[in-house]
Design a protein around this ligand. Structure first.
Ligand SMILES: Cc1ncc(C[n+]2csc(CCOP(=O)(O)OP(=O)(O)O)c2C)c(N)n1
Ligand code: SF4
Length: 293
């Protein structure tokens, strides 16, 4: 008798934990899009490791049936890289906020990209610190009034898209829960990309975020890169479009490397195999330490 393979539909990835995000938080849409993307990928939940830092957005692994690790603020990427190296057969997802990824954890992003570890990094970019109640974040726009900038921010924001493109990320996309199908599609493509893949999600904070950064505005303002005729294989065109971050809301794939470079996890496996096959025998090693007659 032949058995058909188990099909994992979107609900199979939803855990029994009820999200405690504020009603209307953009992160609800992100987790829904993620369920859809994972269903399209078809890997069972026990083959997925989902790592996050600390923040409202970093709760997301708990709302999935994948193995989850809600780690330390800003340290999701190093931990995820260790998991991928130890268990390369796992599908490794990483998620968190713009504060987690581009303030305290900012230094790790560059190194994960230059190593090109095969994992997908999803940043829920709400331009504010949500969990700690509304302080300025690295992507807050200049002029934003917050509890830490009552007269308006006097700093320019980090541009996450430009940042990861500049360091050589092979896959870079942006989405918004205002377009769930588009968001699920870019997350799915990011997971399928063989190497470090980055998805910036404009995910509104309804409680502390700016009035002009909410789903209604996203719906009205978003332009898909496909409609603009953008070629995702063109890195320089992607960089030019990424410079619009904060002024225009472009969604879709900015860059997908047409010739993906080899990954660090592959290189580690190859090195390990080479060293194991060239390893001296136990007797040879012991002989080296035997006193010479
Ligand atoms: C080492 C350390 N520093 C500071 C904090 C306090 N803290 C927790 S979450 C957070 C920032 C949250 O903002 P973000 O990462 O953008 O996620 P959001 O809550 O907006 O989803 C901060 C500063 C902490 N938990 N650990
Ligand atoms: S504080 Fe903001 S980011 Fe956090 S759950 Fe509420 S709406 Fe979402």
């Amino acid at each position: 008798m032949t058995t058909s393979p188990t099909v994992f539909k979107a609900p199979a990835f939803r855990s029994e934990l009820k999200p405690i995000w504020c009603p209307g938080c953009g992160d609800y849409g992100v987790v829904q899009a993620l369920y859809r993307a994972l269903a399209a990928i078809g890997r069972p939940p026990h083959e997925i490791a989902f790592v996050s830092g600390i923040g409202c957005s970093s709760r997301i692994p708990g709302y999935t049936t994948a193995y989850g690790f809600n780690t330390v603020h800003g340290r999701a990427l190093p931990i995820a890289q260790g998991i991928k190296l130890a268990s390369p057969e796992l599908l490794v997802l990483v998620a968190g906020g713009d504060g987690d990824g581009f303030s305290i954890g900012g230094g790790h992003v560059a190194h994960a990209i230059r190593r090109n570890i095969d994992l997908t990094y999803i940043v829920m970019d709400n331009q504010i610190y949500g969990l700690t109640k509304g302080q300025l974040s690295p992507t807050s726009p200049r002029g934003l009034q917050s509890v830490t900038s009552p007269y308006g921010s006097i700093e320019d924001p980090v541009n996450p898209l430009l940042y990861v493109l500049a360091y050589g990320a092979g896959f870079v996309a942006q989405g918004t829960p205002a377009d769930m199908s588009g968001l699920a599609a870019v997350i799915e493509q990011a997971i399928r990309y063989p190497g470090f893949a980055f998805v910036n999600v404009q995910s509104p904070c309804v409680t502390f975020g700016a009035a002009e950064a909410q789903l209604r505005q996203h719906k009205a303002e978003m332009r898909t890169l496909a409609d603009l005729g953008h070629d995702p294989g063109d890195r320089l065109a992607a960089i030019a479009l990424a410079q619009e971050y904060g002024r225009s809301l472009h969604t879709g794939v900015f860059f997908r490397d047409p010739a993906p470079r080899s990954t660090y996890d592959e290189a580690v496996r190859a090195r390990r195999a080479a060293m194991t096959s060239a390893a001296p025998s136990r007797r040879d090693v012991l002989d080296r330490f035997r006193p010479k007659a």
